[in-house]
Design a binder for this molecule. Structure first.
Ligand code: R5P
Length: 275
């Protein structure tokens, strides 16, 4: 029997089952319910003594999930687990990596600090690292970041005729370049100003006329409300391209993102299944 157990946080059974199906770990069970006052009731249902346990959480609801993860990690150690790792294909809270306005909490740093206390390791996919260059800048535990740019590049190359890879903002440039350059695709990156979480302005300073026969493929790491992608599509519109395709790693899809993208004339959105 394998020494590793994957334990899905609620809502993560499909992913954990797929991980277990690779033979890398056995599927374990835990349950999470709420007391009438909203407190968490966590119960580890599997025997974890002497095992390395990996909690699986896509972090779509990071605040309630975090406390439950911490309770689970503590319980696992008390029940004899050798170590407790976190598999979080989408790692929440990485975007606030500096104090943009006076008094703001730098939540990426705090979140990493608390996770480092609770877990022995973290595995994730394409974390949002912009001003930070690696997770080790904020985590005190071993971290692994899986890079999906080659998969996105191969999907674009097989599925889109004559693509122009387009980033909606400077933060997307690292994904745009990682997708476009190894396979020799042209790319441009727009300038974005964020006014608040629902309002952004996007403009292109490149001469886009030379790409008129290309299909724009908007690439970003995260689609949250969809406004970055939608405004980038709007900024492309005067250049008479065919309708853009949207490709992203993490489909957060908050506040009606699908409708926002649809209204912007984007009818094809492709993402990974990290969430
Ligand atoms: C932040 O810079 C990220 O890379 C994305 O551009 C951002 O999270 C997208 O947010 P939204 O979809 O709400 O515009």
């Amino acid at each position: 029997m394998t020494d590793r157990i994957v334990l899905p946080m609620p809502g993560n059974a499909v992913l954990a089952t797929r991980i277990a199906a690779t033979g890398a770990a056995r599927l374990g069970e835990m349950s999470l319910s709420r007391f009438p006052d909203g407190e968490s009731h966590v119960r580890i249902e599997s025997d974890v003594r002497g095992r390395a346990v990996f909690l699986v959480s896509t972090q779509l609801n990071p605040d309630p999930d975090f406390l439950a993860m911490v309770f689970a990690a503590d319980a696992l150690r008390e029940l004899g687990a050798l170590s407790v790792g976190l598999i979080a294909p989408y790692l929440a809270y990485m975007r606030q990596d500096q104090r943009f306005a006076a008094g703001e909490a730098v939540t990426s740093r705090s979140y990493a600090r608390w996770l480092s206390r609770a877990m022995n390791s973290v595995v994730t996919v394409d974390p949002h690292l912009h001003r930070l260059h690696s997770l080790s800048a904020i985590f005190d535990i071993p971290t692994t970041a899986i890079d999906v740019a080659p998969l996105l590049a191969s999907w674009i190359n097989c599925g889109i005729e004559n693509p122009l890879v387009v980033g909606p903002d400077a933060e997307s440039a690292q994904w745009v370049r990682a997708v476009a350059e190894p396979v020799g695709l042209p790319w441009v990156v727009a300038e974005k100003v964020r006014h608040d979480s629902e309002h952004v302005s996007v403009r292109f300073s490149d001469d886009l006329n030379k790409y008129r026969r290309h299909t724009p493929v908007l690439v970003d790491d995260i689609i949250s409300t969809g406004h970055s992608m939608a405004e980038a599509a709007a900024a492309l519109a005067p250049h008479h391209f065919v309708a853009p395709v949207c490709v992203a790693v993490h489909a957060v899809f908050a506040h009606g993102a699908e409708a926002t993208l649809h209204r912007a004339g984007i009818d094809r959105v492709v993402t990974t299944n990290t969430i």
